[in-house]
Design a protein around this ligand. Structure first.
Ligand SMILES: [Zn+2]
Ligand SMILES: [Zn+2]
Ligand SMILES: [Zn+2]
Ligand SMILES: [Zn+2]
Ligand SMILES: [Zn+2]
Length: 328
């Protein structure tokens, strides 16, 4: 492939490339091994789990399960042998399990949300650049967080803690959690704004849906111009959508209390868990105490009913981004 190094030779077998780097050229999909022979067991372990034909892509000590972007894309959209473990894709599934054993099951708890077969990088949701690129290519979109994933637990725990019902209503059962992948044009302006004002919090916002987005198997945004959910995912939040008649003027309304917007979203709606950069907070104690952002502040908070009906309001489009979608 490279035309520089001689073809790799091992145990008397000659391969068509000099080594794994050339053999597994990421974008091109690499070359085939071993030509016309039955692969040995250790070759099988480095063969792409999708095409079973080319060597897996490698970067340093990092071995991927696929040969290149095309096969990775297929893996991410549910490709691969359904009888094999959904994490390692090599060993057979145990009866009534998605995995080959406890090791893969526990690794899947911290897996990349895109390929689901490699560890996610720390606080990020993806395993690396390839999966991030794939995810961003088709943004805006939602990626399901599996119920046995650490991120599901984190979101569900946050939701339970933020559930402060005024009449003792029980915490509703979350059916699906999705990570929201927004268009890249929305990422930078938020980060810049957050750096400027600081004080990032997680707040809820609920809305109805014109569609079934987020229900089992429904992950494609609808094209309705009036669908409140899909429109936020496409254009992010917009203060223009807030009514000037709102309790604090034309703004973006959220709440630190999960119950507040849950009521607005039902029946059939959804909740967004958002990151909000509050900066310097103006604490209000009555509706319409202010109807625009007071000078010297970045947000307005009204801790109505001891926070059980908390109102957290920002007046800047770049002060908020949706992070997770919750469906009940
Ligand atoms: Zn080469
Ligand atoms: Zn492949
Ligand atoms: Zn496995
Ligand atoms: Zn990945
Ligand atoms: Zn929709």
């Amino acid at each position: 492939v490279c035309g520089i190094r001689p073809a790799y030779n091992r145990d008397g077998k000659t391969y068509s490339t000099c080594g794994l780097t050339c053999a597994a050229e990421y974008q091109s999909g690499g070359s085939r091994v071993p030509n016309g022979r039955d692969p040995t067991p250790d070759v099988i372990n480095i063969l792409c789990v999708i095409c079973n034909d080319r060597l897996c892509f490698r970067r340093g000590p990092d071995i991927f399960l696929t040969c290149g972007m095309a096969c990775l894309k297929s893996l991410c959209s549910g490709g691969g042998d359904r009888l094999k473990c959904s994490y390692c894709h090599r060993k057979p599934k145990l009866t009534s399990s998605d995995h080959c054993g406890p090791t893969c099951r526990s690794r899947s708890r911290v897996a990349c949300l895109m390929c689901r077969c490699r560890p996610k990088l720390g606080k990020y949701h993806f395993c690396g650049r390839a999966c991030k690129k794939l995810a961003m290519e088709t943004a805006p979109k939602i990626l399901e967080v599996p119920q046995n994933h650490d991120t599901w637990d984190m979101v569900a725990t946050k939701f339970k803690k933020a559930w402060k019902p005024t009449m003792g209503e029980p915490v509703p059962q979350i059916k699906h959690v999705y990570k929201i992948v927004e268009s890249s044009v929305f990422l930078k302006p938020y980060d810049t704004y957050k750096k400027k004002v600081g004080n990032e919090r997680f707040c809820y916002h609920g809305m109805p849906r014109d569609c079934q987005l987020g229900n089992t198997g429904r992950t494609t945004l609808c094209s309705s111009r009036s669908c409140p959910l899909c429109n936020i995912l496409k254009t992010s939040f917009n203060t223009n959508l807030g009514s000037p008649e709102g309790g604090f003027g034309a703004a973006i309304y959220t709440s630190s209390a999960a119950n507040k917007f849950y009521n607005y979203s039902q029946p059939g709606g959804a909740i967004l868990l958002n990151k909000v950069a509050l900066g310097r907070v103006y604490n209000a104690s009555n509706f319409r105490e202010v109807t625009s952002l007071p000078a010297g502040y970045n947000s307005v908070v009204f801790d109505r009913d001891n926070g059980r009906l908390n109102e957290t309001i920002v007046y800047h489009n770049d002060a908020i981004r949706p992070v997770f979608l919750l469906v009940f």
